[in-house]
Structures are given as C-alpha cells and as structure tokens.
Ligand binder design. Sequence first.
Ligand code: SAM
Length: 472
Amino acid sequence: MYNPKSLEAEEFICHEEILDTLDYAEKNKNNIELVEKILEKAKLKKGLSHREASVLLACELEDKNAEIFALAEQIKKDFYGNRIVLFAPLYLSNYCVNGCVYCPYHFKNKHIPRKKLSQEDIKNEVIALQDMGHKRLAIEAGEDPVNNPIEYILESINTIYNIKHKNGAIRRVNVNIAATTVENYRKLHQAGIGTYILFQETYHKESYEKLHPTGPKHNYKWHTEAMDRAMQGGIDDVGLGVLYGLESYRYEFAGLLMHAEHLEAVHGVGPHTISVPRIKKADDIDPETFDNGIDDDTFAKIVACIRIAVPYTGMIVSTRETEECRKRILKLGISQISGGSKTSVGGYFNPMPDSDDSAQFDVSDRRPLDDVIRWLMEMGYVPSFCTACYRSGRTGDRFMEICKQQQIHNFCHPNALMTLKEYLEDYASDQTKKVGYELINKEVELLEDNNIKLTVKDNLCKIEDGLRDFVF
Ligand code: SAM
C-alpha cells in the first residue's frame, strides 16, 4: 500500500501507485482543463505532486507545452537567478564488487585497469583541481569493502580538506558512494561532507534487480532506503537521481518525485539536489543495448517538469551531456554543472589520453574549465564557486526555509560574485578575465540592497589585494 510516510521502500515507492499515476497521466495528457488547473497551481511556485507533474510530463498539447517550458524558465530565474554553481567529480577508486550491467566498473570486467588513489595521489589530483579553480568536489568510488572501506573514504576526505596550495582550497566535498549504514553516514557527516549523493538508477524494482544481478547493490530495499539512513546519521543534504535510459522515463519521473515527497514527509526536508544523468558509452558498455534511451527533447521536458515540481531543489547536469544540450537545459532549471571533468581515476594529474582507460564513461563536454566559465558568462550566467551555505550552517531545513521564501538571492548572489572574482584573479585566462570583470561590475550595480552592495564592493577590492574567502 502506498504510504509516503512509511520507512519501507516498497511502500513509499509503491509500484501500483506509479502504475496508477502513469495511467492517470496517459488518460489526462490532453485534458486541457486539468492541464490548465495544474499549471495554475504550478504558478504558485510551491511545487506539484508526482501525479500532477506526471500529467504535465505526458502532455502533448503544443501551446501548453510552451507554457510548461516558459514556467520552468521563470521558476529557475525566481529561485536561482542567473547563477550556476560549478563542481568537479574526483574518482578515488574503480574497484567494485557489484555487477551493474550499465557500468564498466562491474566486477566481471577484467580488462579495465583497476586503480585506487593513494593519499599522495589524491594530493596531486586535488592540487590539479585547485589549479583549475575548483572549490567544490564530488568524490566517487566503486563499492568494495576491502579496497574502498569507509576508513579510506574518510581519510581521503580529510586529505582533500587539508590541501592548501597557493590560493586554492576545496571548501565542500560531496560524496557519491554506495548505500551504507547509519553508522557510516554518521562518520561521513562528522567528516564534514556537503551533500550525500546516491543515484537510484531505477525505481522499478524488478528492473533494478535485473540491472544489478550480483553484489550488495542488488538489494533494492537497502539501496532505496539509503537516504533515510543518511538523514538518520545526521546528513542534512541528500542528492537524488536516476540513470535515464534504463527504464521508462515516465516511471522514473514519478518514482523520483515520490522519493522527494517521502523525504519531505518523514524528515521535513526534500532532496537538496536532483541529478539527471543519461546512460553513456563506456568501456564494454553500449548504451544502444538499453531500450529506454531518451532523446534531447524528452530530456529537456523532464528537466522542465522537475523544475516545476520541486522548485527549491537544485538540479545538476554533468559533462555526460554536450555543450549544446547543456546550454538548452541550463535555462530550464539546472543550477549546478561540472566542468573540466575527468571520470578516470587519476585523470587530473595525468591528463594523457591513456590515463582515460579507467574512466567510468565518456564525457561529451570536454572543454577546460576556463572555457566553460567564459561560455557561461557570455550567455549572461554568473558562474559561482560558492560553498557558503554549508559552511555557514545553512543546510537541510534551514536552507530550504530560506529558499522557499525566495530569500536565497541575498546570500547566493553576493557569494557568487565574490567567488567568481577569486576565480578570475587566481586562475582565469586574460580573455575570460575581461568578460568576467565586466559582468561582475554590471551585476554588483544590480544588487538591490544598498548595504549588501557596499560590502560586496569592499570585499571585491580586498580580493584584488590578495584577501580571500568572504562569505555572506
Ligand atoms: N558505486 C557508487 C554507487 O553504487 O552508487 C557510486 C556510483 S558511480 C561512481 C556514479 C554513477 O555513475 C552511478 O550511480 C551511475 O548512475 C552512473 N553511471 C554508471 N555507469 C554509467 C554509464 N555507462 N553512463 C553514464 N552514467 C553511468
């Protein structure tokens, strides 16, 4: 029986409720009256239920779809302004005991080189990332209790936070590792992680079990209830996502929103972020062998509908997507992107093509970070390296409260401008600097609160004088 408040995976992600939702959406996809009613509710910018959002996702009415996209753009602007937060993934180890059929790290893959970074290797990787200008990382590792135990992950986080090289600093480490125990989540929390990210891959239990035939990840219940354990362990910010291409996207969409509703119902706070990965070609993986691939138009519609359904949840797109695709969905709802990414173990310090042989998947957007930053600014976005919320204790429900009141701009915008200035001073090419200084001057003048404007101006001068790390 469907129960969003239950702690049982099969009750809060209830298969029958998803099927009913899909049926309801299919029957009503061209029901103008209902679609209009849902859009009216959506315009209140307080979100939609999985049922309502599923109707919008299924809707085929041309002018209503245009309204859906326009509303997503508006909500994006209202909640996130023109800021885009930057991060990079850091692959610690590709040892893995699972048998995930879409991932080249599956244990049966005997020809992919297995690599695990030592603490010395991590220093090299992090210095290379700092020298690009990154301040925020997402660490990634396969699941392997012997090679990648929690102690290794904790030691690595500690190493990362303690590397001070020139003006560089990693100020927020998000973690994407396999589902684990409350006790281990507590340890991650104590290590000062930002968001704990875990992709569900698919919410469809039967498919999930087939796609994860062996290893601890086979256990749907353990995986699906991971976010509840993470929150019990004290982690405030969790990141959801499904791997599009594995199952029907409408099923996944409904499941994802039910998961968000469940977290809100039980813990009083929904997910901090939602990622939208699509399956990619990788060593011994051919995406064509999966039946549920989605085209770019469908992908854009999913992003727009997520934006409308959960307005205050950040949305992440990685370099799995091309420059063109990223450009299209940025305005529909994306608030964070990765840039200059390597998905191989050790790929930042040793960027030679042969170091990519341990990569998890092919990246489509291969531009260096400097190009990505300039590209964003030329489109009118303010790239942000901000990590202030988490360092100032604005996490979980405290963050959501500010966000729901649309007050987050007063913090985020000044922080974005100051961290962008740090980036320009320390790492940008001359061409990027030129575009950036102009943008910052313009954006500072647009700040509405006079006190904030004066403080930002003052801090920007101090950054020029070599001072760093100002936080609102
Ligand atoms: N081992 C951890 C786990 O089980 O969640 C970490 C996950 S892995 C390093 C990060 C994510 O990459 C996976 O959750 C999966 O969704 C995604 N991934 C795996 N293979 C992929 C592929 N071929 N193309 C695109 N994304 C892929």
